[in-house]
Design a protein around this ligand. Structure first.
Ligand SMILES: [Zn+2]
Ligand SMILES: [Zn+2]
Length: 262
């Protein structure tokens, strides 16, 4: 199992040279496996993804803030009707998922009725979606503290355990459940949008800090953690200062295009 970062930026995309080292696309992560393809969220990083035709393809949404769905209609491969693609989210039922995406990509906000045009997409309840990849990998969901709700996903098979934990406000109340779920993980993708200083001013905004990620890594006894959902106000120069201050051999700041082997 490999994890590829296609979009590591939070909130809004950041084009421009000063963001090019870490990347400016919003949330999209691919799990690469010979028997399936899982795509986590469809931010602007979704635009360039190659959707496979030889295996089941499952797109899982953590929630529906714009930075996690903006890229959805712009991936050309999505329009190929001969590829079976499944959409699901543990946050909502399949009908709600269809309704939310249909509402966001309808003529008030988008030129075409996306859901009506993509008739080959199959919407699944999360328990049905998990069965699609069950023989190769177990996937569980975990509720995360985030305005409007969000879901994390935990993937585990005989090669390792990967925890996708973006968009959450980590605190003492939520810690025991999340630590338990991520215990002994091989790799964790963490919402480190803020520094501790910024976090003081952003209570209730639904995000965590880089140093909370460092603590989480120790508390879970996990092998490796990547800080992700980078602030759109942080350019490469500032990111590299944070990297210098926080990075250790098992904690790093995610960069677009990077692939992590699990
Ligand atoms: Zn987000
Ligand atoms: Zn969000």
């Amino acid at each position: 199992m490999e994890v590829k970062f296609l979009g590591v930026r939070g909130s809004t995309a950041t084009p421009g040279n000063e963001f090019s080292k870490f990347g400016g696309n919003t949330s999209c992560t691919e799990i690469i496996h010979k028997d399936f393809q899982v795509i986590l969220d469809a931010g602007t990083g979704f635009t360039d993804i190659s959707i496979r035709k030889d295996v089941p393809v499952l797109v899982l949404f953590s929630h529906f803030h714009f930075d996690h769905i903006q890229g959805l209609p712009f991936c050309r491969d999505l329009y190929s009707p001969d590829t079976p693609i499944y959409f699901s989210s543990a946050l909502v039922s399949k009908e709600e998922l269809k309704g939310i995406l249909g509402g966001c990509f309808s003529p008030h906000y988008f030129p075409i009725e996306l859901v009506e045009n993509l008739t080959h997409i199959q919407y699944l309840e999360f328990n049905e979606a998990s069965k699609i990849i069950k023989s190769f990998c177990d996937v569980k969901s975990i509720d995360l503290r985030h305005p409007g709700g969000a879901t994390g996903y935990i993937f585990e098979n005989n090669t390792g355990k990967f925890c996708y934990l973006l968009d959450h406000e980590y605190d003492d109340e939520s810690a025991p459940t999340i630590i338990n779920a991520a215990r002994d993980a091989d790799f964790i993708l963490w919402d480190g949008m803020f520094t501790d200083e910024e976090l003081k001013m952003r209570k209730g905004w639904g995000h965590s800090s880089i140093s909370q990620g460092a603590d989480f890594l120790v508390s879970t006894n996990a092998k490796k953690l990547a800080v992700c959902h980078h602030s759109p106000y942080r350019n490469d120069k500032e990111m590299m200062i944070l990297e210098r201050d926080y990075a250790k051999k098992n904690l790093f700041l995610a960069r677009e295009g990077q692939i992590i082997k699990i």
